[in-house]
Design a protein around this ligand. Structure first.
Ligand code: PLP
Length: 459
């Protein structure tokens, strides 16, 4: 063990006790009735992060993973990944500071933002971070002035038009402009050591990796012709965080491995990296969000008839919305589905329900068309798969409030981490679905069925 993570950083979950049990305990202790105020909080299963890492090593043995800190910079995640030996991909000074603060050496950091403030470049120079990315002349000029001993990685644009997030709209040099950039770097005595790309998040086509790897090969040739020593290929992020993603991680890995064999065969002297964000953390985090207000709405027919019967739909107001932890609704088109803590009885009526965040405007809708039993102010809703781009977002409720995260890990995962070994039973799993390392986190039942709704589930 390198000493980044210790047993005091998390709750050790023994056999028969799940992180879901832990979350239930925490919600009981955080009732609105006693404190008068509530804030959403997370429970993170660090064993799930460890499991993801072993799956990564199994399927992409030639690729050295770096973690994209901006995806979730909570300390437990950074420490467990540092313990696993990952490098860190930072976008700014704050992220570099954070990982250096926990003891990560500068040699394990890449500043992978191709458009940085001069202050960030100066920070990298002062603190020994030499690997920096760039994709334009202006950035190159800034580096020449503020960090002449940097080792630059040229970020190229990708075919990401089908991805959910099109990073190439903002970042990445076109192939046409690469020779000119490499020439200018040479003239300015700046070392260019490799090529990076990012296929965008939610990319439905793993061939995008193959295309970008082929493009990178061309840029390597250009660089070598101009006298640069090119030895880093950075595959960026874009790997799915959910087990049920449209394109499975294993499928992407297989395409990548074939492309690497073709364009960067083993023994070619190139160090292959990837910068993964959501892959590592999405499924490890669950958030509990409290209902702060509710309103019952009669449907049109009931209104007209003035029957006074049960309301047809219920609007619930939560302490988090799409401008906070549910921002994936805006950016990734997700449809968050809550789990309920208490299973409703068979004769309990269900109501068409919608969930809204705290912003006083019409866009802060977290979910609609759910069929839920009558819930009360103070009840907690639980959402799984909430680890990516959630914890560090600002809340409209509290401005800059930090979100509380309770970390847990199964003893089995802890032992696996300490030995850096995948337990035998997990290794045999051909699908790479290595359940035992995680803390027995399961959604059991589906709440209801019907024509137009998203079923909620029960803890
Ligand atoms: N690398 C860079 C340069 C990024 O900008 C991002 C996210 O935007 C990532 C890696 C992580 O991407 P993902 O969460 O899709 O793995």
């Amino acid at each position: 063990m390198a000493g980044y993570l210790s047993e005091s950083d998390f709750v050790m979950v023994e056999e028969g006790f799940s992180t879901r049990d832990l979350l239930e305990e925490l919600t009981l202790g955080a009732s609105q009735a006693t404190t008068g105020k509530v804030a959403a909080f997370f429970v993170a299963d660090l064993g799930a992060v460890v499991r993801k890492h072993f799956c990564f090593l199994k399927h992409l043995p030639r690729v050295r993973p770096f973690y994209a800190v901006g995806c979730n910079s909570s300390l437990g995640v950074l420490k467990v990944l540092a313990e696993l030996g990952l490098g860190f991909s930072c976008a700014n000074k704050a992220e570099m500071e954070l990982v250096q603060h926990i003891g990560v050496p500068a040699s394990k950091i890449i500043c992978a933002n191709p458009c940085k403030q001069v202050a960030q470049i100066k920070y990298a120079a002062k603190h020994g971070v030499r690997l920096l990315s760039f994709d334009n002349e202006v950035e190159l000029a800034k580096v020449v002035k503020s960090h002449p001993s940097a080792k630059m990685v040229l970020c190229i644009a990708t075919q990401d038009s089908h991805s959910l997030n099109h990073l190439s709209l903002r970042f990445g040099a076109s192939l046409k402009s690469c020779r000119h950039l490499l020439e200018n770097a040479k003239k300015s005595h700046v070392e260019v050591v490799g090529v990076s790309f990012h296929i965008g998040s939610g990319c439905p086509d793993p061939q995008a990796y193959a295309q970008s790897i082929a493009d990178a090969r061309l840029v390597f040739q250009m660089g070598e012709e101009l006298g640069h020593t090119m030895n880093i290929l950075d595959l960026g992020g874009g790997f799915p965080g959910l087990e049920g993603a449209k394109v499975r991680f294993e499928e992407m890995a297989s395409v990548i491995n074939s492309a690497l064999d073709l364009y960067f065969p083993e023994g070619c002297g190139v160090d292959v990296l990837a910068e993964l964000g959501r892959y590592y953390v999405t499924s490890a985090f669950t958030v509990a969000v409290s209902i702060v207000a509710k309103r019952e709405v009669l449907d049109q027919a009931s209104r007209e008839e003035q029957t006074g019967t049960a309301p047809k739909s219920i609007v619930y107001h939560l302490d988090e919305g799409v401008y906070g932890v549910f921002n994936s609704v805006l950016f990734d088109n997700t449809c968050p589905t809550p789990a309920l803590q208490k299973k409703p009885s068979a004769d309990q009526p269900l109501y068409s329900s919608s969930l809204w965040g705290p912003a006083v405007e019409g866009c802060d809708c977290v979910a609609e068309g759910l069929w839920l039993p009558q819930l009360q102010v103070g009840d907690w809703l639980v959402f799984d798969n909430m680890g990516a781009y959630t914890v560090d977002t600002k809340s409209l409720l509290g401005g800059t409030q930090a979100r509380r995260v309770t970390y847990a890990m199964s003893r089995l995962a802890w032992e696996a981490l300490r030995g850096q070994l995948l337990p035998a039973e997990e290794d045999q799993d051909a699908e790479g679905v290595c359940k035992p390392l995680s803390c027995g986190w399961e959604i059991t039942d589906t709440l209801c069925v019907g024509p137009v709704f998203t079923p909620a589930s029960i803890i």
